[in-house]
Design a protein around this ligand. Structure first.
Ligand SMILES: *Cc1c(COP(=O)(O)O)cnc(C)c1O
Length: 382
C-alpha cells in the first residue's frame, strides 16, 4: 500500500441517508447536498457521482475552487451554488458556467451585474438576508436598493434564491433566536415579493433545521452533515429519536482504516512514546499505527482516543506523533503487524464513531471530518 491509511465510502449508507432526508424534506423541496470542505472530508470527486446516482442534482460549496472540482465531475444538468466567497476575478467564470452564488452586499451585487454584462449571461444570485446571525447578509436598510437593482436589470440578474442561515439550530438553547430568524426571513421574503422580487427558491434549513424546525423548510434545503450520516449534535439526535421511539435512520458513510506497523512487548513501569504522559501499569504489548496528526489523526486524541484492532476497542497511549499513533494491544490476544486498524468505523461488532474519538464536543465532529487529508485514497464500497 502506497499510503498509510485509506478511507472507505459506503454507497448504501449514503443512499439510505438521502432517501430518509428527502422524505423528511418532502417531494416538492429541492435538495442541495452540501459538499464544502472536500465533502466534509469524504472527497468531492467520489461523493458527487455517488449522490448523483441517488438522484441528487444540486450541490453547494463554499469556494470557487470547490465549485470547479464539482463542475469537473458532475453531470451537465446538475446545478452548483457557491455559498461563500467568490473573488471578483472569478465572478465572470461563475456567471459563464451558470454557477449560482450567494450575494450578501450591495458591492457584490454591483460586481455580479458587471460580470453578467461582461459575459452576456444572466448572473444567478442567491440573495442572503440578515435575519439574526449577524455574519453575512443584506440588512433591512439595504432591501430597497436590492429590490431596485434586481427589478431594473431583469436580463442580467436572476433571483435564483432568497436565503439565510440559522445561528445554531442544533441546540435547544438557541430556540428563540432560531424561531425569530425564521419569522424574520418569512416577513422579509414577503416584503421583497411586494417590491417585485420573486425568487426561484427560498432556502433556510441546514441539517438541524430540516430535522428540528419544519418551519425552516421552504423551497430548497442545504444539507451537509446529515447526508453523511452524522447528527448535527448529540442533543438533537437524542431529542429526535426519543420523541419518535425509533432507531437511528442515519448511517455513517465514512470509515477510515490503516494497519499495524509494529508491535513490541513493553515491561511494567515504562514510559511510552514522547515524554512521560503514559506509563505502563503491567507487562504490555504496544503497537504503532502509521497515522499521526500530520495525517488527520488529531493530537488531541493523545491518551484519549481509541481504535479497533481484531474487533476490540484499544486505547491510544501517549502522545500522538506527526506520523504515528501508539496503541495498547495487550488485550488483543494475537495482534500482528499488518492487522487491520479501524480509526473510524466498524469492526467485529464494535464501532468507533467520530465523536467517540474522545470526549469531545460535537463541533469537533465537523472539524475532524473536514481535516481528513485530501491525499488519503478513497474507495467506494457497498
Ligand atoms: C455548511 C452550511 C450548511 C450545511 O450545514 P449542515 O449542518 O452540515 O447541514 C448550510 N448552509 C450554509 C450556509 C452552510 O455554510
Amino acid at each position: 500500500m502506497l499510503h498509510t491509511s485509506h478511507i472507505e465510502l459506503s454507497r448504501s449508507a449514503l443512499a439510505t441517508n438521502l432517501h430518509y432526508l428527502r422524505e423528511v424534506a418532502g417531494p416538492s423541496v429541492r435538495y442541495s447536498f452540501v459538499v464544502k470542505a472536500n465533502a466534509y472530508g469524504h472527497g468531492i470527486e467520489e461523493v458527487v457521482p455517488l449522490a448523483e446516482a441517488e438522484g441528487i442534482d444540486h450541490f453547494s460549496v463554499f469556494s470557487v475552487q470547490e465549485a470547479r472540482r464539482v463542475c469537473a465531475v458532475k453531470q451537465p444538468t446538475t446545478e452548483v451554488t457557491i455559498m461563500g466567497w467568490v473573488d471578483d476575478d472569478w465572478l465572470e467564470w461563475a456567471v459563464a458556467e451558470g454557477v449560482s452564488f450567494f450575494v450578501f452586499s450591495s458591492e457584490r451585487l454591483a460586481a455580479a451585474l458587471a460580470a453578467a454584462r461582461a459575459v452576456s449571461r444572466p448572473a444567478r444570485l442567491h440573495l442572503e438576508l440578515e435575519t439574526g446571525m449577524h455574519r453575512t447578509g443584506f440588512c433591512p436598510e439595504d432591501l430597497g436598493h436590492l429590490a431596485e437593482v434586481l427589478t431594473n436589470h431583469p436580463d442580467e440578474l436572476v433571483a435564483e434564491g432568497l436565503c439565510t442561515h440559522l445561528a445554531g439550530a442544533e441546540s435547544v438553547a438557541n430556540h428563540e433566536r432560531v424561531t425569530a430568524q425564521i419569522d424574520r426571513f418569512r416577513q422579509t421574503c414577503a416584503a421583497l415579493r411586494q417590491r417585485g422580487v420573486v425568487p426561484r427558491y427560498r432556502h433556510v434549513a441546514c441539517s438541524a433545521g430540516l430535522l428540528r424546525y419544519p418551519d425552516s423548510v421552504f423551497d430548497m434545503v442545504r444539507i451537509g452533515i446529515a447526508s453523511y450520516g452524522f447528527w448535527p449534535s448529540a442533543e438533537l439526535r437524542a431529542a429526535t429519536l426519543m420523541a419518535d421511539h425509533r432507531e437511528d435512520p442515519l448511517l455513517r458513510v465514512l470509515s477510515w482504516k490503516s494497519e499495524l506497523m509494529s508491535s513490541n512487548p513493553v515491561a511494567e513501569g515504562e514510559y511510552v512514546s514522547y515524554g512521560t504522559s503514559y506509563m505502563t501499569n503491567r507487562p504490555s504489548r504496544i503497537a504503532t499505527v502509521p497515522v499521526g496528526y500530520g495525517y488527520g489523526f488529531s493530537r488531541t486524541l493523545s491518551n484519549r482516543g481509541h481504535v479497533l484492532v481484531d474487533g476490540k476497542r484499544v486505547p491510544v497511549v501517549g502522545t500522538v506523533n506527526m506520523n504515528m499513533a501508539v496503541v495498547d494491544v495487550t488485550d488483543v490476544g494475537d495482534a500482528r503487524v499488518g492487522d487491520e486498524v479501524v480509526l473510524i468505523g466498524d469492526q467485529g461488532g464494535r464501532r468507533i464513531t467520530v465523536s467517540s474519538f474522545s470526549d469531545m464536543n460535537n463541533s469537533l465532529n465537523y472539524e475532524l471530518l473536514a481535516r481528513l487529508p485530501g491525499h488519503i485514497p478513497r474507495r467506494v464500497v457497498d
